[in-house]
Design a protein around this ligand. Structure first.
Ligand code: HEM
Length: 441
């Protein structure tokens, strides 16, 4: 059974949704429960479904009936045929190419590069300085994805690339208000947005340079993801560009958000932070962490899991129904949108005792909860292709930070969240650096 507003009341909810979608989702959940229907027009509606069995049904059991929702359309204008936004045969072809490279058995090879980028960044943070943790985490994760997946080509252009990716996301969010235009209309509309045009041009130029340089240099050494994507000319140039851009965007912003929220939470929960430091000191004893350490740092991992429970970077997963369906009692009409929100699922009091509390111990040992109660990486065949990569990266970065420094939120600073493409802190996150050891760790 679904409940929900209708008529003028529904229009009010839509207006609220435009202003602050996550706040509106939370309020709908509190007002109407975990299966809410919000009418969009005479036939279609938005269904906000927040039980694990809903997630199981939409993302796994009946996934053939669901495609990426209309809310992905603005992003698709920029990312085209990359994994995140494509469908059908194109998606399948890209997934077949990318997934094996990011599979668990290859990840160990990425660890030294990840650790080196993070160690270099942390070494540059002087004692007693206040820095913007959000910006630094974005920079570290962008450098890592550039370095590990595409060689060091990005190094000189990180700042400009980061800015362009941020502009592109902002434009995609603005575009959410104009999805009625369709793809061609949106593309034309984006040409009028100065930030979007500049960002698109900058990123296209950078990607063309990276690919051209690689073509000129030819294969050599250990192949990275770009080599594999270019192998045998499997992807036409336009699709190659779309996939590289997708991996740059999907591969840095989410992990940066997860790490930033984790640093904020650790600053607020000093006992949990003491335990991270003790674990890291004991396991690493001062050396750089590697892939084999990820399983040896269970508390550090649990802290990251709990942080992604409270602040899932991908805070909503949305699909459009192809045909009418019945989702655990909710009658979903064709063309309707279903939102499965990890944010709501992760704070559902029926699934999580003390849902607002930061309790990493929930993720230690045997865990007795429905499989789809925890969805930071989504589920079904569209599950995050970089989940293993992100987990390893986040553990290594957090271990390297914790080994050398403590970061404390400036006193009295509140950190409001902003839910756009990802759920992240709304502004800069000023944190005071206290060095635990010499910069060399
Ligand atoms: C903490 C970090 C991350 C989180 C929370 C996250 C979350 C997610 C989620 C929830 C999805 C599914 C979206 C949907 O079903 O609509 C997804 C898809 C995806 N992610 Fe991640 N992600 C993270 C890191 C990464 C990294 C590091 C990469 C690349 C190296 C990556 C690449 C992708 C791609 C390409 C997709 C689309 C997959 C497909 O549809 O086949 N992500 N991510």
């Amino acid at each position: 059974m679904t409940e929900g507003p209708s008529g003028v009341e529904a229009a009010r909810w839509w207006a609220r949704m435009m202003r602050d979608p996550m706040d509106a989702y939370g309020a709908l959940f509190r007002r109407y429960g975990d299966a809410v229907r919000l009418p969009r027009d005479r036939r279609r509606a938005l269904f906000l479904l927040s039980r694990p069995e809903h997630a199981e049904h939409v993302l796994v059991a009946k996934q053939d009936n669901y495609v990426k929702a209309f809310t992905y359309r603005p992003l698709r204008v920029f990312l085209g045929d990359g994994l995140l936004t494509s469908e059908g045969e194109t998606w399948r072809r890209h997934r077949r190419l990318v997934q094996p490279v990011l599979a668990q058995r290859h990840l160990a090879a990425f660890a030294p590069g990840m650790a080196e980028v993070a160690a270099r960044a942390v070494a540059r943070w002087p004692d007693g300085v206040t820095l913007d943790a959000a910006a630094h985490m974005r920079r570290v994760t962008l450098d890592i994805v550039g370095r590990v997946l595409f060689g060091s080509d990005l190094a000189g252009e990180s700042d400009a690339t980061g800015r362009a990716l941020a502009d592109l996301q902002r434009s995609a969010v603005i575009g959410l208000g104009a999805t009625f235009l369709g793809d061609a209309g949106l593309r034309r509309a984006f040409r009028l947005v100065p930030g979007a045009r500049r960002a698109g041009g900058q990123l296209d130029g950078m990607l063309r340079r990276v690919v051209d340089e690689r073509r000129a240099a030819g294969p050599g050494g250990e192949p990275d993801l770009l080599d594999l994507l270019m192998r045998d000319g499997e992807l036409p140039d336009a699709e190659l560009r779309d996939e590289v851009l997708t991996l740059l965007l999907a591969g840095h912003e989410t992990t940066a958000a997860a790490l930033t929220w984790t640093l904020i939470l650790l600053s607020r929960y000093p006992a949990a932070r003491d335990r991270v430091e003790a674990e890291v000191d004991e396991v690493l004893g001062g050396r750089d962490p590697g892939a084999e350490d990820v399983d040896r740092l269970p508390w550090t991992r649990a802290v990251l899991s709990e942080s992604m429970r409270l602040y899932p970077p991908a805070w909503t997963i949305e699909r459009d129904a192809v045909a009418d369906d019945d989702v655990a009692g909710a009658e979903v009409t064709a063309g309707s949108t279903v939102a499965i929100s990890p944010y709501l699922l992760h704070r559902n009091p029926d699934l999580w005792p003390d849902p607002e509390g930061f309790r990493p111990e929930r993720f230690l040992g045997e865990q007795d909860r429905p499989r789809h109660a925890y969805l930071p990486f989504g589920g079904g065949r569209r599950i995050c292709v970089g989940a293993g990569f992100a987990t390893m990266e986040a553990v290594l970065v957090l271990a390297l930070v914790s080994r050398s420094v403590r970061l404390d939120l400036a006193p009295g600073v509140a950190v409001p969240s902003r839910a756009e493409v990802t759920l992240r802190p709304a502004g800069p996150v000023p944190m005071l650096v206290s060095r635990r050891r010499s910069p060399r760790g």
